[in-house]
Ligand binder design. Structure first.
Ligand code: AMP
Length: 398
């Protein structure tokens, strides 16, 4: 059996999947939560067996991942006889800076490179590094691959990724647009091409990853030429709790009004803004839609803002690519929310977009939802970042 373990380490959590690469099936998945806090807990879900929950103190990522490995080989809720069938480990790494343009096998030098990117991804990269170091220690000899959220976007031209600030700050500090959700946008691109049986050169795609965090990517010839997120995942679309695009001069203005520090204003823009900040109700679209249906005007406005910004960017990407052949919706909202898809696409008739309203009444299924005579193919593509990480890891290690 050729298995790949996929690890997504957060500041106090580790998500994992064990994938059998012979048929790309998930053999087990789970989550360690509250690492280093009271109430540490592992929830392990072996395919075809009962869920296993372990509540015990786990002081650090090492102790958490140790429990994951034990669970994988346990005689009752385990899924493999021993760890030797795990041929490689793929890690989600948030920020690869300008240096990492591809998934990379991790050695000491690569780890140093990921450490250098901590400044750009201060909330995620330290946890990602801990996950990698722990696996290197617990499973010596098994290759670890870092798969970067930013890598897919490294094909953007300079006029798309540069900010119009003094160029020396790009040279000195590498302040520029990087883009995120790259693993998802790559998976969506591959899936669209495969499903439609097209070559990369035949498709101008707008990939819409809409979840708690949301971003679009304009993909031409199979390569990203622009994306909505920037130096950090804050730029671009209106999101669950993030503002997306905002005039930079509003930031010092708000800092003065509220007496906020730089860190506080970032928390304000990342955690208290977006559809939550506008509606004052929730960041979850199910809550917003039921509130809007009951007549809550601010919930309606929040939804309108979310949909309008996506529509505007799709229009911009049509201009950037000289047309659009495919629009693909993914992520918790993109895959499940027919109202968002319908409202985003209203007003894009000039591009030749014609949604089939019946086909649009679908959740989480890979399918075409545009009318047969639509010039633009609209699709739902359930994304699968873990599988993409496993595929990239396999391609590098086997
Ligand atoms: P993600 O970050 O991709 O897991 O997406 C999470 C978000 O998807 C949630 O916060 C909800 O806003 C949204 N979502 C999930 N299921 C539905 C649904 N059935 N209808 C509308 N929105 C949904």
């Amino acid at each position: 059996m050729v298995n790949i373990l996929v690890i997504n380490a957060g500041s106090s959590s580790v998500k994992y999947q064990l994938i059998n690469m012979e048929d790309e099936s998930v053999i087990a998945k789970g989550l360690v939560e509250r690492i280093g806090l009271d109430g540490s807990c592992l929830t392990h879900r072996p395919t075809g067996k009962d869920r296993f929950v372990l509540e015990k103190p786990m002081k650090n990522h090492g102790e958490g991942i140790q429990e994951v490995l034990k669970a994988l080989v346990d005689k009752d809720h385990g899924v493999i006889p021993d760890l030797s069938s795990i041929k490689a480990i793929g890690h989600r790494v948030l920020h690869g800076g300008y240096r990492f343009t591809q998934p990379t096998i991790v050695d000491d030098e690569v780890l140093d490179g990921i450490r250098e990117c901590i400044e750009l991804g201060p909330l995620h990269n330290p946890a990602n590094i801990k996950g990698i170091e722990t696996c290197m220690e617990l499973m010596p000899g098994v290759p670890n691959v870092a798969v970067f959220d930013t890598a897919f976007h490294q094909t953007m031209p300079d006029y798309a990724y540069l900010y119009a600030i003094p160029y020396e700050d790009y040279e000195k500090y590498k302040v520029r647009k990087y883009g995120f959700h790259g693993t998802s946008h790559r998976y969506i691109t591959q899936t669209v091409l495969e499903y439609l049986g097209k070559a990369p050169e035949e498709v101008k795609l707008v990939s819409c990853h809409l979840g708690n965090g949301s971003s679009l990517a304009a993909v031409k010839d199979g390569k990203c030429i622009d994306t909505t997120m920037g130096l950090s995942p804050l730029e671009g679309l209106v999101m669950g709790t993030r503002s997306g695009d905002i005039d930079a001069s509003a930031i010092p203005f708000l800092m003065k009004k509220h007496g906020m520090t730089a860190d506080e204003v970032l928390t304000y823009l990342n955690k208290k803004s977006g559809v939550l900040g506008i509606s004052g109700i929730s960041s979850d679209f199910r809550d917003l839609e039921s509130a809007a249906a009951e007549g809550n005007e601010m919930a309606r406005t929040a939804l309108n803002m979310f949909n309008y910004r996506i529509r505007k960017y799709i229009g911009a990407y049509a201009a950037a690519m000289d047309g659009i052949d495919v629009i693909a919706f993914a992520g918790g909202i993109g895959e499940n929310d027919q109202d968002v898809r319908r409202e985003v696409l209203e007003g894009l008739g000039f591009l030749g977009v014609k949604l089939d309203l019946e086909k649009n009444k679908t959740r989480g299924e890979l399918k075409i939802i545009s009318a047969p005579d639509s010039k633009v193919t609209v699709m739902i593509v359930p994304t699968n970042e873990e599988l993409m990480i496993a595929r990239e890891t396999q391609a590098l290690c086997m």
